[in-house]
Design a protein around this ligand. Structure first.
Ligand SMILES: O=C(O)[C@@H](O)[C@@H](O)[C@H](O)[C@H](O)CO
Length: 357
């Protein structure tokens, strides 16, 4: 079991690699999509019907073999491993998600990205197959001592403002899109699109030694902004994995999101999925509450018994990476770093205790 940290695109710097190393990390999960560039100061942004994660640049250079190899080499030079890239850019796969006219062209683009990831020696490609994306969080002093984090409320859950044309995955990929909103589809149609995506990409992932790691729906609502969601209850993970059975079809297992689900049991789900060796890496974060009302809190103050969870991972010989994902911002001059340092310190100690029991 390994300790890592996720770094957003604008945080992929040697200074942050050194921060990670000093905080005890051995692995990095890198985000290349240019969402919420103010993350280092303001944390995850609140999003609503008018504020999304921004306009995506669709910069292809970041996804070339040369760029990926350079990123990996820089991380290696700081004594760390680059374990995964997290999230495709909506500009590169909007018509895969929407079953639009450029779907086949974009499927080929995703295949080239996976080939580049594999050739660069990066083992995992994380993704979130979603129309509304990670949407609807509010920001507030939701954690201990009034630390700022994100939460979800019934008013967010009930906001069915339709998604405008040119937007998908909570980002704008076409600012010039015509008036109108995303056509409504059924949950079955979304599963058909997802299965097509998997059937096309899993063989390429197998060839190149890359595992595709699916993140569940965050927040785990069956519907959001009038769109269906894929994995909003724990039993749906198995449907995802059984769609195309393969070692390359795996998971980015977000403990916070699973705990937020209205059904199921987090610990049983961890046991079920680690027994199948289906988890590549874990978003090790805690929450209080469940949809439609929860708040994200410090790793040691939420509804999840994190030590109990770690014992299940160990029992089933999980050998992937744990990252804090996102954490409350500790009130000081470096709120993101302080929040991460706290979470990483807790995780380092917890892993040491559980590994030596
Ligand atoms: O980066 C974060 O902190 C989150 O927004 C992600 O965990 C997000 O849920 C995943 O990247 C979706 O794949």
């Amino acid at each position: 079991m390994k300790l890592g940290i996720g770094l957003y695109r604008h945080m992929l710097t040697r200074e942050n690699y050194r921060f990670a190393k000093q905080a005890g990390c051995t692995h990095i999960i890198a985000h290349l999509v240019d969402y919420f560039p103010t993350m280092s100061k303001d944390g995850i942004p609140a999003t609503d019907a008018t504020n999304n994660w921004g306009i995506t640049s669709g910069n292809m250079e970041d996804w070339s073999y040369e760029s990926l190899r350079k990123l990996k080499d820089e991380i290696n030079e700081e004594g760390l491993e680059l374990y995964a890239i997290e999230n495709f850019d909506p500009a590169h796969w909007h018509d895969v998600l929407l079953n639009g006219p450029r779907r086949d062209e974009q499927i080929e683009l995703l295949k080239s990205i996976i080939r580049n990831v594999g050739k660069a020696g990066i083992p995992v490609m994380g993704y979130n197959f979603s129309l509304a994306g990670v949407w609807g969080h509010t920001k507030g002093e939701f954690a201990r001592g009034g630390a700022v984090s994100v939460g979800f409320t019934p008013s967010n859950a009930n906001d069915q403002t339709p998604i405008p044309q040119g937007e998908v995955w909570n980002m704008t990929y076409d600012p010039q899109a015509p008036e109108g909103t995303m056509p409504q589809i059924s949950e079955g149609e979304l599963w058909e699109r997802y299965t097509y995506f998997l059937k096309e990409l899993v063989p390429v992932a197998e060839e190149t030694g890359v595992r595709l790691a699916a993140h569940p729906d965050d927040p785990p609502m069956p519907q959001l902004r009038g769109t269906p969601r894929l994995v909003y209850q724990p039993h749906l993970f198995q449907k995802m994995l059984d769609s195309v059975p393969s070692h390359a079809n795996a998971l980015d297992f977000c403990m916070g999101t699973v705990q937020e689900m209205s059904e199921g049991n987090l610990y049983e789900t961890i046991d079920q999925l680690t027994k199948q060796n289906k988890i590549c890496y874990v978003h090790f974060r805690n929450v209080i509450g469940k949809v439609p009302e929860y708040r994200e809190v410090f790793v040691d103050e939420g509804d999840i018994d994190m030590i109990k969870a770690l014992r299940i991972y160990k029992k089933n010989n999980f050998d992937g990476v744990f990252i804090p994902d996102h954490t409350p911002q500790i009130s000081c001059n470096a709120p993101w770093h302080a929040g991460m340092a706290y979470a990483l310190g807790y995780m380092k100690a917890a892993l040491s205790i559980v590994n030596n029991e």
